[in-house]
Design a protein around this ligand. Sequence first.
Ligand code: NAD
Length: 291
Amino acid sequence: MEIGSIGIVGAGQMGNGIAHVCALAGYDVLLTDVRQEALDQAMDLIGRNLDRQVSRDKISAADRDATMGRIRTTLAVTDLGPCDLIIEAATEREEVKHAIFAELGPALADHTILTSNTSSISITRLASRTDRPERFMGFHFMNPVPVMQLVELIRGIATDEATYAACQSVVARLEKTSATAEDFPAFIVNRILMPMINEAVYVLYEGVGTVTSIDTSLKLGANHPMGPLELADFIGLDTCLAIMNVLHDGLADTKYRPCPLLTKYVEAGWLGRKTQRGFYDYRGDTPVPTR
Ligand code: NAD
C-alpha cells in the first residue's frame, strides 16, 4: 500500500519532529493536538529547525518552504480519519491513547494504518481496543527525531504483513533505518539502554565511581559518545525511572529494579536538563556534577 498522507496526534517534543521529517520527505502531514498553543509552538519550532538545516546547506530554501506548505494543523482529531497512516505521539498515558483511538475510530478510512510512537505501552493492548488490530503497530522514533537514524517497528500479535511493509517503506523514504522488534516491554533500544543507565546509577550509589569517573569511563573505555549519567539527564530521569518500572513490572525480574538513588533524584524534582539539575547542575556556564 502506497502512503501519501500522514496524520500525527500530539504536537509535543516527538510529534513536531515526526511532522518535520515526514513533510520534508514529501508526505502531506496533518498535525493535531488538544492545545492550540502546542500546535503554534510546533510550527514555530519546525520552521526554526528547517532554517537551521538551510543555513547548514543540508536543504534548500525552496525545500524549507515546500516542507512548511505540506504541514496543516487541526484541533479536531477526527480530521485525521482519511489519512493513509496515523502516528499517535501524544502524552505517554495509556488512558489518553485509548481515548484518542476511540474518538478516531468512527472517522477512520478502511485502509488507514494506525500506529503509536509509545516508548513503553503494549502495542497489542492498544491495538485490541481498536477495530483494526491487523492494521495497527508500533512506530517508535528516537529523540531528537530529525537527527536520530533509527525507527523501531513493533509488531503487535495481530499486525499483518502489508501493514508492516507499508511502515517499513515509510521509514525508508524518511531515509532512516528500521529495526524490527516484537511487542515486549521497552522493545529493543530501551530494554538494553535503560538497564545500563540504571547500573551506572547503582555504581554511583554504591560509591564505586563518581559522576565524572563513570561518564569518563564509558566515553573513553567503551567509546560511547555520551556517558550514561549525562545521557540520563538528557533523556529525563523521570522517563528513565518510568521505563525501568515498565521493565520491572512487565518482565517480573528483580534484575530490572530501579536504583533507589534514581528514585531519589526524581522525588527531588531533579529530572536532568529539563529542570536544570540531575546528575549534573546545568544552571551555570558548564555542567557541574551533583555528586
Ligand atoms: P510531550 O509531552 O512533549 O508531547 C505530548 C503532546 O501530546 C502534548 O503537546 C499534549 O498537549 C498532546 N496531547 C495530550 N493529549 C492529547 C490528545 N488527547 N490528543 C492530542 N494531543 C494530545 O511528549 P513527547 O516526549 O513528545 O512524547 C510523546 C510520545 O512519544 C509518548 O508516547 C512517548 O512515550 C513517546 N516517545 C518519547 C520519546 C522522548 O524521548 N521524549 C522518545 C520516543 C518516544
